[in-house]
Write a protein that binds this ligand. Structure first.
Ligand code: SF4
Length: 225
C-alpha cells in the first residue's frame, strides 16, 4: 500500500491528520541495489580465486571459465547447466539462442531486463560437444556456485532444468515432475529454490512455452513483483 492509500485508509477509521515522521523512499522497480554492501567486489575477488581452476576434466576443453553475470542485488538468481559454445567464447552465461529467449521471457513475464537479474551456471566450464556435465563435475564445481550464492543471498534461486536442480538440491529428478515447485535451499532454508525448464528445452519443444510462462508467473508471485 502506498502513502496516499495508507493515509486514506487511516482517514476512514477516524484519523483526521496523518504525519509521516521518517522519510519513506521507494526503490524504483528493477534497481535492487543496496550500496552498503559491495557485492560486486566480493564476487570479483571470488572469481579471481578460481578463474584458472583445473579441478575437473572440463578445464581441458574450455576457452575460459564463465562466471555469473548481472545484478548481484537481484532478488532472483537464474541457474543454468553449463556454458555452451557462444558462452565459452564470450565468457558470459546465456548469450546464445537460449539466452536470448530467456531474456525475452524475463522481460515479458517478470517485467525485468536481463541486466536487472543475476544469471549463472552450476558448472563454470563448457563440456565438450555441449554434453551435460557429469555428477562428478557438478560436485567439483558446486563450491564455487555455493560461494557465489552466499554473496548474493537472493530471495529465490530459479533452477533452469534438471541439471541445475541437481547441483543446487544435490539429488536427481525429472524436471517435468517437479517444475513449478519450490523447495528450501539446503544451505540456507530462508532462500527458496524454484524449478522450471531449461530455455534450450523450450526451443526444442515450443509447445512447452506455455508451461514455462506459467512457471515464470509463479516465480513473479514468489518474488512479489
Ligand atoms: S567446471 Fe568448475 S570445477 Fe571444473 S574446471 Fe571448471 S571451474 Fe573447475
Amino acid at each position: 500500500m502506498g502513502i496516499r492509500e495508507t493515509a486514506k485508509a487511516l482517514e476512514v477509521i477516524g484519523f483526521r491528520e496523518v504525519y509521516f515522521t521518517e522519510k519513506i523512499s521507494s526503490t524504483p522497480k528493477g534497481s535492487f541495489k543496496k550500496p552498503e554492501k559491495n557485492k560486486e567486489e566480493l564476487l570479483k575477488r571470488h572469481f579471481e580465486s578460481f578463474k584458472d581452476c583445473t579441478k575437473c576434466p572440463l578445464h581441458k576443453s574450455r576457452t575460459q571459465v564463465v562466471f555469473g553475470d548481472g545484478n548481484p542485488y537481484s532478488p532472483v538468481v537464474f541457474v543454468g547447466e553449463a556454458p555452451g559454445e557462444e558462452e565459452d567464447i564470450q565468457g558470459r552465461p546465456f548469450v546464445g539462442r537460449a539466452g536470448k529467449y530467456l531474456n525475452r521471457k524475463i522481460e515479458e513475464v517478470l517485467g525485468l531486463k536481463r541486466e536487472e537479474v543475476y544469471i549463472t551456471n552450476v558448472c563454470k566450464c563448457r563440456p565438450p560437444g555441449n554434453r551435460k556435465p557429469t555428477s562428478a563435475e557438478i560436485s567439483a564445481c558446486f563450491p564455487y556456485l555455493k560461494k557465489e550464492l552466499e554473496i548474493i543471498k537472493p530471495k529465490v534461486i530459479c533452477c533452469l532444468g534438471a541439471t541445475a536442480g541437481e547441483g543446487i538440491l544435490g539429488k536427481k529428478f525429472s524436471i517435468t515432475k517437479v517444475r513449478g515447485q519450490t523447495f528450501p535451499y539446503p544451505y540456507d532454508p530462508s532462500i527458496k529454490v524454484f524449478l522450471t525448464y531449461h530455455p534450450a528445452y523450450i526451443l526444442r519443444n515450443p509447445r512447452a512455452d506455455g508451461d514455462f510462462t506459467q512457471d515464470l508467473e509463479e516465480l513473479k508471485r514468489l518474488l512479489g513483483l
